[in-house]
Design a protein around this ligand. Structure first.
Ligand SMILES: C[S@@+](CC[C@H](N)C(=O)[O-])C[C@H]1O[C@@H](n2cnc3c(N)ncnc32)[C@H](O)[C@@H]1O
Length: 218
């Protein structure tokens, strides 16, 4: 019962609270709305991404992983293009039913985190067909917070980090969550490069790295 009330509240508050953050992107407001919405990224981490989105108003934003933050990204980037990729079908159905305004595609990463060393040695295997609707253009901001990578039986973020490095536009921003974990740390180092690292926002629930990517061409 409590969960149902929470979910209903979240559903109806998602758009108004995202609009509030758009108007007034203070850390305190973000912190309150994050708690109500059940977002996993910390308030400081959300704040950094919100600022980047403000700086690149109406941009091309690509997000790996649907979550309770998805409506926020979609509303903040209204007028631009925002696309979400998700591999967990029940979760995909739940989030897209709850928020029909989202442009989201169901994908299959076909990887297991346990194989991360093998993929690191053969990065060509990380190429993946993307939905044709995504067009052959670069993305100004990419957020990698999916797929699940908290166990060897889950897909792991080898493909999403590799694809982010390929799909980001020149001078674009890439944010990767959970970089305190071995696979995310090693793949960021290999494909995004320490020379592009701008900041790391550490939180007890996960470290967010921010990369500013130069020298790309699309
Ligand atoms: C790590 S969560 C983070 C979402 C969001 N960025 C946030 O901060 O709240 C993203 C991934 O976890 C999985 N996930 C999150 N919540 C889930 C749920 N309630 N049920 C199933 N999978 C879930 C999904 O596959 C999704 O791609």
């Amino acid at each position: 019962m409590k969960t149902l009330v929470k979910r209903t509240l979240r559903r109806f508050l998602a758009i108004p609270s995202a609009k509030l953050i758009k108007l007034w992107p203070s850390l305190r407001l973000i912190s309150v709305i994050r708690k109500i919405s059940g977002i996993q990224l910390s308030a400081e981490q959300l704040h950094v991404i919100v600022r980047a989105l403000k700086d690149k108003a109406r941009c091309r934003l690509l997000v790996f992983g649907l979550g309770n933050d998805s409506v926020l990204w979609s509303v903040l980037n209204r007028g631009g293009v925002t696309v979400f990729l998700e591999d967990n079908e029940p979760w995909f159905r739940e989030v897209t039913r709850r928020s029909s305004c989202l442009t989201a595609f169901l994908v299959n990463y076909a990887t297991q985190r346990g194989d991360w060393k093998m993929f690191l040695d053969s990065p060509a295997l990380l190429e993946m067909a993307l939905p044709p609707e995504m067009q052959n253009q670069g993305w100004d901001i990419i957020l990698v917070d999916g797929p699940r990578g908290d166990g060897d039986q889950f897909p792991g973020r080898m493909r999403s980090i590799y694809l982010a490095s390929k799909l980001v536009s020149n001078a674009g921003e890439v944010f990767v969550h959970d970089c305190e974990r071995e696979v995310e740390g090693v793949y960021c180092q290999a494909f995004l490069g320490s020379q592009n690292l701008r900041a790391e926002i550490k939180d007890r629930f996960g470290h967010l790295r921010h990369y500013h990517m130069t020298g790309r061409c699309h």
